[in-house]
Design a protein. Structure first.
Ligand code: ADP
Ligand code: MG
Ligand code: MG
Length: 512
């Protein structure tokens, strides 16, 4: 390894280790200085103010609500129940827990909890929640109140930049660290000139808008979208474990062991179900686009080709990556979610066999030949495939989308019910409670050396004008509230900044 790479890697490893409080700028408190509460008055008009949004969906709201309940003897039941639910879910995952937790996430529960306070109930009925919880919606911090979401602009200076992680179609992906909190992220840059030259505006905006509407542990989160002079930037969950391509092909013998294949396939399956529930068709499943985090969980990334389907509609278009496209895509037909289940079949095949389907090692057939094979050839399964692995692959790689696994009315749950996944407890998996079979080494950087990643070529002669600026302003929306709130909590900033308690004091006996 060259010295340049070693320096870049050790800087990144050091930043990752110090992630959180050690990585914060010494001026971090100053960076958190937000507008006075009186200047946030308009927020009260624009934010969703119902119980679900304030106390369940918004991570900081949820935290404040829990603290509020802890500080009130009459609300202890709520907290005890929440704690019990978490334990129960770990021990005895059953539909019952889900029903109860859904019940407790409804406004009724607030009334039940406040049973002994008739006046509260009445006030709640008049204005569900704000009347009672209003003062707790904001951090109380003498004269600089921190609102749910800050309004400081996001610029290049908001982050420290570390090494280059990868290269994409429109630009590079870099490791970066948010200065105010110390949180590590990956910044996907789209070069403005490249985007313009290749008419990628709609695609860039599409990727950003789809990501911003998602909140799944199986899909990368978007934390910030901002622009610099030369680039549009999407700041994404840092996936330090590298992509599946690297794990399948660059570490030891090609392929992965059975437990890993099953675990990754199951998490991808959950990610697909989440996307499909939101009517999003992903269209680009392949090992490069599945990334590992530092604990060994995977997330689907690169939503550049994803589309939102309108109710019951299908789409058309030869879109995807050669070798991973479903027969109905190659056949220029209308298609729907079926293509993603085909993609999952390709992935399970490649993870098991150590090579992609319909290709032998080192071979790069041209498009027409690849298409012919996909549409007409019978796949070979080596003895690396167990009976159930072979069965799930051939069911997902059924050339007829009507008969393919996952494409019946029950959708993804049919895939989850396949014998291949019999050892997976999907409820636990969805709650993030299953320990991954492989944990990336925190001392390693799972990507190619910096100098082996091709330099991103610049384009000349492209002039940016007014119409471009209009598009940039749609892209450049700054923080994504939920991800930002999680960042503030995870890095401990919330704990240090929040002086919650009666009259704005910090209550010493609060159990964090
Ligand atoms: P493109 O849409 O141009 O294909 P990608 O989003 O796939 O770009 O990113 C290109 C490469 O950058 C990926 O293959 C991966 O190696 C790296 N990369 C992308 N996102 C992340 C991330 N969140 N964490 C770590 N590495 C990433
Ligand atoms: Mg990609
Ligand atoms: Mg892409």
């Amino acid at each position: 390894m060259e010295i340049e790479s070693m320096v870049a890697n050790s800087a990144l490893i050091k930043a990752r280790e110090g992630g959180g409080s050690k990585g914060r700028s010494w001026k971090w408190r100053e960076m958190f200085r937000f507008s006075h509460i009186s200047q946030c008055a308009d927020l009260a008009e624009t934010i969703e103010r119902d119980y679900y949004s304030l106390c369940v969906k918004q991570p900081i709201g949820k935290k404040l609500f829990q603290l509020f309940c802890r500080s009130r003897p009459d609300l202890q039941n709520y907290i005890s129940l929440q704690d019990a639910l978490v334990l129960l879910l770990k021990k005895l995952p059953s539909p019952v827990t889900v029903v109860t937790s859904m019940f407790f996430q409804s406004i009724q529960c607030v009334s039940i909890m406040l049973k002994h306070e008739d006046s509260c109930i009445q006030r709640l009925e008049l204005d569900p929640c704000l009347d009672v919880f209003h003062e707790y919606v904001f951090f109380k911090n003498e004269n600089n109140n921190l609102s749910f979401s800050s309004r400081q602009p996001i610029t290049k200076q908001t982050f420290r930049q570390y090494r280059l992680l990868g290269k994409g179609g429109f630009g590079e992906v870099w490791a970066c660290q948010m200065r105010a909190t110390g949180m590590m992220y990956a910044c996907k840059k789209l070069e403005k000139t490249h985007v313009k030259k290749r008419k990628g505006e709609a695609m860039a905006l599409n990727e950003k808008e789809i990501l911003e509407g998602l909140d799944s542990r199986f899909v990368v989160n978007l934390a910030y979208a901002y622009e610099t002079k030369h680039a549009l930037c999407m700041v994404l969950t840092m996936m330090s474990g590298g992509d599946l391509r690297f794990h399948i092909h660059n570490i030891g013998e090609p392929g992965l062991d059975k437990d890993r294949v099953r675990f990754y396939a199951a998490e991808i399956c959950c990610g697909l179900i989440h996307l499909h529930q939101k009517s999003i068709l992903y269209r680009d499943l392949k090992p490069e686009n599945i990334l590992l985090d530092d604990n060994g969980h995977i997330r689907i990334s690169d939503l550049g080709l994803a589309v939102r389907l309108s109710e019951g509609k299908l789409v058309r278009g030869m879109v995807g990556t050669l070798g991973y496209m479903a027969p109905e895509v190659i056949g220029r037909k209308h298609y729907g979610m079926s293509v993603d289940w085909w993609g999952l079949g390709c992935l399970i095949y490649e993870m098991t066999a150590g090579q992609p389907p319909y290709r032998v090692k080192g071979e790069h057939p041209k498009a027409p030949e690849m298409e012919r094979r996909i549409q007409t050839e019978q796949l070979e399964y080596s003895d690396k495939f167990s009976k159930s692995a072979k069965d799930i692959c051939s069911s997902l790689l059924n050339t007829d989308p009507k008969q393919r696994l996952g494409c019946q009315s029950s959708g993804g749950s049919e895939v989850q019910a396949h014998r291949f996944f019999r050892k997976i407890n999907f409820r636990m998996l969805e709650a993030g409670l299953v320990k991954p079979p492989f944990k990336p080494d925190p001392r390693l950087v799972y990507c190619s050396d910096v100098q082996d990643i091709d330099e991103f070529s610049s384009v000349k002669g492209v002039i940016l004008d007014k119409t471009d600026i209009n598009f940039y302003s749609k892209f450049n929306t700054g923080r994504v509230p939920i991800t930002w709130q999680n960042e503030v909590i995870e890095t401990g900033c919330f704990k240090e900044l929040n002086t919650f308690g009666p009259e704005g004091s910090r209550s010493p006996d609060l159990d964090w």
